[in-house]
Each structure stands twice: as C-alpha cells, then as structure tokens.
Design a protein around this ligand. Sequence first.
Ligand SMILES: NC(=O)c1ccc[n+]([C@@H]2O[C@H](COP(=O)([O-])OP(=O)(O)OC[C@H]3O[C@@H](n4cnc5c(N)ncnc54)[C@H](OP(=O)(O)O)[C@@H]3O)[C@@H](O)[C@H]2O)c1
Length: 324
Amino acid sequence: MKALLCDHAGPPGELTLAQLPDPVPGPGEVVVAVAAAALNFFDTLIIQGRYQTKPAFPFSPCAECAGTIAALGDGVTGWAVGERVAAWLGYGAAREKVVVPAEALVRVPGRLDDAQAAGLFVTYGTAMHALIQRAKLKAGETLAILGASGGAGLAAVEIGALLGAHVIACASSSEKLALAREHGAQEEIDYAQADLRARLKSLTEGRGVDVLYDTVGGDLAEPALRSMAWEGRYLVVGFAGGDIPKIPLNLLLLKGCDLRGVFWGDFVRREPAAHRRNMERLLDWAAAGRIRAHVHARIPVESWTEAYALIAERKAQGKVVLTF
Ligand SMILES: NC(=O)c1ccc[n+]([C@@H]2O[C@H](COP(=O)([O-])OP(=O)(O)OC[C@H]3O[C@@H](n4cnc5c(N)ncnc54)[C@H](OP(=O)(O)O)[C@@H]3O)[C@@H](O)[C@H]2O)c1
C-alpha cells in the first residue's frame, strides 16, 4: 500500500511516498481503506518537529481520515466490511490503509462525501469544544472569529451560528469573508484593511464581544482582547500567524473578562464522554445537512506538496484533503 512518510524533520518536499505491507488488524481493531485523509495547519509543523506532538520517525502525517472498512479484527462487533467510516488518529492517516481501534470509528452520514467526512474531527471537534465546554456560548451572544475562513475558523462560524450566536467573521480578504458569510456569519471585518478594534466596537455598539475565538494570534490578539465585553471569554485556539502573543494582564482586570485555553486533543483524552457527546451532536447536524464541511481542495496523495503549500501560503479556505 502507498504511505506518505516523514523520516526526518524537514519541509513537505522532503516527505516520501513509500510502499509498505498492508496492515493486519489486532483484536478490537479494524483496517480502514482510506479514501481521503485531511490536512490541518499543524501538519505543516509536525513534519518539521515544531509541534507539541513529536512522533517517532518514520511516521505518516494527517490526523484524520475517512473511507470504508476493509477488515475486522477478532472480537469486533457492530461493524461490517464495506461500511463508510471516519476516524481521528492523531497522526498517521496519510496511508492507503490504516489500523484503527473499533471504538474510535464513527459512521459517515450519506450526505457527506469522503473528503468532507475526513475533515470533521479536528476543526469541528475543536469548535464544538471551544464554544460549548470552554466558552459556554449562549444564544444571542456575540462571537467574533479570527481566521474565520480557515479550517478551525469556518467550523466555528457554522457551530456558532447553529448555537444561536451573532457571528462576526474576521479574515484577511473579501473572498474569505464571503465564504464565512455563506456559512452563517452575520457581520464581517477585513483585518487586512480595517482597524479590528474600532470595527468590533462599532459592530457591538460599544459593548464589546462576548466570545472571541482566536486561531491566528500575533498582532491581532491584543486589539481583539481590548474589544472584549464585560465577562467576555477570549478563546486561545491557535497561532497560525506565527507569533505567540504576550498579553498585558491588566486588560483582563479592566475588562472583567477571561482568557481560556482550548486544547482539543487533550480534551478527547481527558474527557472522552464529553467528546463523544460533541461528536454525536455534530454527526446529527451533519446527517440533517446543517453542517457544510467545506473542502477547499481534494488533491491526490502523489501531489502532497501542492496541498501543503495551500496551507502554508495562507490560501486554504476550509479543508485541504489528500485523496487515495
Ligand atoms: N487548540 C486546539 O485544540 C487546536 C485545534 C485545531 C487547530 N488549532 C490551531 O488553530 C490554528 C488554525 O488551524 P487551521 O487548521 O484552521 O489552519 P488553516 O485552515 O490554515 O487556517 C488558518 C488561518 O489563519 C490565518 N493566518 C494568518 N496568518 C497566517 C499565516 N502566516 N499562515 C497561514 N495562515 C495564517 C489565515 O486566515 P487570514 O488570511 O484570514 O488571516 C488562515 O485562514 C493553527 O494554529 C492550529 O494549530 C488548534
């Protein structure tokens, strides 16, 4: 089988496409024939040894995938060969076949194709956890999202709108903002053109935003924090802009607001029951057609460098997916 492999820390061009023997499922495991494996921003970091998770070499990138069950290990019940499934592995999904514990599988609703299903876990899982468990977002609250057309940002636009928030999309171009609007945002701010703080203030009539979902960090963080409402919750989700901001703590005092960290991967490990409830709710929405799961590009695994470039060059909107 084909496998995209990282055998040393380096840029995407130094990954290789190798042939490996097909895997065999152990007890309680299944083999999934992967149709699509989704890339996330952290895939650009993990192959360079610049991410918090540092897998042993050689490993395959891609944290999540979708496809069909190809084989069942001993003791697996409730699943059949040929069923459409998706799974989150953490890393290692960029292979034609992967071994997955049966308990980690979810069934893919008929409305979603493989590329859409492959990208459901990290971005929507993060948005669900951030907005439900961390922000405790309430209907009618204002929710501003930095990086609103990226994978994690666009998922938050959709989930925020489904939870009844007034969603303000913030991104770096009118094209990216148009996509966020199609996915449920009611207001928009182009932070490449406009002053973020002034616009957030005017859109909230001076009150400030209740929940701020930040996937970008860098220079946007401080003006965003200065735009919080009393008892607002600022969600630290990611640093796609590259720089980890240093925050003057007096702002939290003056605003009476909270800074809340979001770490979806650890949430899954520490609170599996809450994670399962989030995923069930998400899959119900997906089955009812209430989740759009926008895929920016479906790229054959042989052209993986093109897929990585879309993310690294800030061109991706929604998900970038490798196909097999
Ligand atoms: N905490 C968690 O559990 C968790 C889970 C998932 C993701 N994350 C993090 O969230 C961040 C976003 O992830 P993602 O998968 O949504 O990424 P993505 O799809 O690539 O989106 C990132 C967004 O950040 C903005 N951006 C600003 N400067 C950028 C730069 N120099 N390079 C690339 N993008 C830049 C872009 O929007 P504009 O052009 O509009 O600014 C882009 O849409 C990453 O830091 C990721 O590690 C964290």
